[in-house]
Design a protein around this ligand. Sequence first.
Ligand code: HEM
Length: 395
Amino acid sequence: MASEDTDSYSSEELFNEFDPKIAANPQGRLRAMLERSPIERTGDGSVRISGRDEVKFAFRHTEIFSSANAINIGNKVPLIPLQIDPPLQTKYRKLVDPLFSRKRMNELEPSMRELAVQFIDRFADKGGCEFNSAFAIPFPCIAFLRLMGLPLDHLDFFLELKDGIIRPEVSDGEDRQTKMNATGERIHAYFDTAIDERLAQRDDGLLSHFLDAEVDGEKLSRDEIQGICYLFLLAGLDTVTASLGCSMSYLAQHPEQRQQIVDDPSLIPSAVEELLRWESPVGGVPRLVAQDAEVAGVKLKKGDHVGIGIASANIDARGFPEPDNVDFNRRPNPHFAFGGGAHRCLGSHLARMELRVAMDEFHKRIPVYSIKPGETLRYSTGIRQVDYLPLVFGT
Ligand code: HEM
């Protein structure tokens, strides 16, 4: 599939993350950025890294590109392990990595499959659905609540908290950060109560597990547990929702490729990877420069804000032959949709399993579908998501 004509973007648009027109088809803008330079200083003084090799370098060099304080999303304590640099971050990863291992996620697969089928059965014979509300939003959220050992009827409350941080609704004159801070207070209060409840009585969820977990022979403090839970809530729900929505929207608009996975479901795992590469729902991640350095001829100063461009690196021809060709047989597929280096996504095995199971069960029951006629899809930015995805089945 060809990208849009890169010349059609003004330089202002090239750096406008929040333009919905660009969000719908970001690859043209990303291609233009890559062609300008794999790393450059932008109009506001921050540094944008677009090229594959440069992105890989940034992910691997946490001594230059620090995650600590790179962003404030209403949290009062550092998000663990995301906002901690190695070597301490490595200790936290040793604690949480086994909880999200491929083996453990494979064990969860049958129950996740059952959950997916329950949701799909509610709309499979209805002729169509709004995919986000019917599936992409509740499915990962219920999966998360189960994993954490939190009550499933907290679903709506959880979604409200997550949206309050990721897409805060602000009216004229209202400040995004103030809004996020207020939601952040509610998230901390929620987990404070949940921690107290599990201190009184343990269950088999992850939250109880954290109460007894140790790093360097010391139990985790309440603040550390808060930092982990806050991050999990934000990292584990929206990303899967967005990936499901972007992938299904692509398949709804590319019937021949959809037919490939209907005819041969063994292609689903590689289709999931290729759609993660092409759609790149987490388009970029922030860093702060921790020491003066020079990367690919660009001088970086301590304190510079950096955007690491995952989505652009994922279509860089240096890493992917024929990068604009969405190929469900692409192997290898060393994309950066889950980041890279020390902070590479903790939940990638969980996310992949959720996406595989969803694709598999959906297409078994609904092999033919398209976007409801007359509807224009609208994408939001930040974490790139189709805001409203009306599907009709059978055509
Ligand atoms: C398709 C879905 C997902 C995508 C695309 C995704 C993407 C990413 C990316 C790009 C990063 C790196 C952030 C950075 O370097 O600044 C990351 C980190 C992380 N993700 Fe995911 N993620 C997904 C699902 C999940 C899930 C389901 C969880 C469940 C808990 C999760 C938990 C985390 C955590 C805890 C980190 C921080 C790791 C660290 O700093 O060591 N993610 N994710």
